[in-house]
Design a protein around this ligand. Structure first.
Ligand code: KG4
Ligand code: ZN
Length: 331
């Protein structure tokens, strides 16, 4: 069983052999946080407490198994919101203790990466992975299941965070990524030449704060001058600026690492424009791009169970002293 409560999704899943999703119940708190324009940590923790038992029970019922059939419990123990993480960690520890089965502490971002191994069971390292979520943007080299190297990271905002902030500026609602993607379909991506932060020659790091300020200033100036704000073209031009940088740096990283496979992970990997552009550029370079279906891109417990399965094979078990680590590092 996998359990995920790091942010605003309460999720439990049953996965067989790290491959077959028997159930993947996701209770999203979006409705609760929407009116605040973002996740309110204290409210998130309370909602997790309210829902976790129901979500676990539903995951068991949908998988049509008994608690005694579970072989291990994998839980996200970081990074994420401290109070939110603690709910999942406490439930997982109680279950592991009561059922006398191993406990596995999973890094949330490793979970996002493993959504790809769940979606593509034949996938094998070495590969380059672009992790793009609400809180993180990193390029990684996975030599094998145990060896990971960070090739580049964001120096300021994460890609998803930039989507969310621009959506707020354009009053499109929360979470911003899907809203920007939707409205961008009606806009002209070449309408406004927003800046692309390539950083130093050959750098695999990212920076989105300059782009964010450029978009906010553009909207502000248009309003000051009493000009209409073309939300769709602003969204499309912003999205193109983010994706250009994500795609070019990922392809450069894959070329340097001499890998044939690129995978996408995290909430922003659900973006169709990113998927299509990355696939096009990779194909030109003789590489293939894989990504999970949208439901496995955003937060879910099946990906945590899958990552936990690979830790189980390596016998990387956690003790009952497992704690939430809000700033848990990726490597
Ligand atoms: O991975 P995730 O569910 O949670 C974190 O671990 O952060 O990612 C959520 C992020 C949010 O910033 C959301 O706006 C973004 O992923 N996102 C998208 C799309 N769907 C979700 N960004 C762009 N396009 C999308 N379709
Ligand atoms: Zn996530």
């Amino acid at each position: 069983m996998g359990i995920e409560t790091s942010c605003d999704e309460t999720s439990a899943a049953v996965v067989a052999n790290g491959k077959i999703v028997k159930s993947n119940v996701i209770f999203s708190q979006i409705d609760t946080h929407q009116r605040f324009g973002g996740v309110v940590p204290e409210i998130a923790s309370r909602k997790h407490v309210e829902k976790i038992t129901l979500v676990v029970e539903q995951a068991m019922a949908e998988a049509k198994i008994n608690f005694r059939d579970l072989q291990a419990i994998a839980v996200t123990h970081g990074p994420g919101l401290a109070g939110a993480l603690l709910v999942g960690v406490s439930v997982a520890k109680a279950m592991a203790y009561a059922l006398k089965i191993p406990l596995l502490g999973v890094n949330h971002l490793v979970g996002h990466i493993y959504a790809n191994f769940l979606a593509h069971p034949d996938l094998k390292p070495p590969l380059v992975c672009l992790v793009v979520s609400g809180g993180h943007t990193s390029l990684l080299y996975l030599e094998d299941h145990q060896t990971r190297r960070v090739l580049g990271s964001t120096r300021d905002d994460a890609a998803g965070e930039a989507f969310d902030k621009i959506a707020r500026t354009l009053k499109l609602g929360y979470p911003g990524g899907p809203q920007i993607e939707k409205i961008a379909l009606e806009g002209d991506a070449s309408a406004i030449p927003f800046p692309r932060a390539w950083l130093e020659e050959g750098s695999l790091d990212f920076s989105f704060s300059g782009l964010k300020s450029a978009v906010i200033n553009f909207v502000h100036n248009a309003k000051e001058r009493g000009e209409p704000v073309h939300k769709a073209s602003i969204a499309a031009s912003f999205q193109a600026a983010v994706i250009d940088v994500l795609v070019e740096k990922t392809i450069l990283a894959a070329r340097r690492a001499s890998v044939e496979t690129v995978i996408l992970a995290g909430g922003v990997a659900a973006n169709n424009h990113l998927r299509t552009r990355m696939t096009g550029r990779a194909t030109e370079s003789g590489m293939r791009v894989l990504y999970p279906p949208p439901v496995l891109c955003t937060d879910n417990a099946a990906m945590i169970a899958c990552a936990g399965h690979f830790q189980y094979l390596r016998r990387e078990f956690a003790g009952l002293d497992l704690n939430a680590v809000p700033d848990l590092a990726l490597v």
